[in-house]
Design a protein around this ligand. Sequence first.
Ligand code: SF4
Length: 67
Amino acid sequence: MHIIIKSMEIKMCVLDEEKECDGCMECEMCDLDPSKVCDNCGKCLDIKDVATIRIDKIITDPNEYKE
Ligand code: SF4
């Protein structure tokens, strides 16, 4: 009798940080069509050709950073 011991690395769920991944694949399903596996179509992201973001400040000294 041979016993194979695989690595027991625990992977946490990407949707629920308190749950161990059980392979349910909910994270692979489409947000707009629950019967579809995500194919990275981008429709759920409402991607625009142009976008802007306001930057309040640029911190170059890590000691200056406060949460
Ligand atoms: S497969 Fe299921 S349990 Fe694992 S990360 Fe995706 S949603 Fe979470």
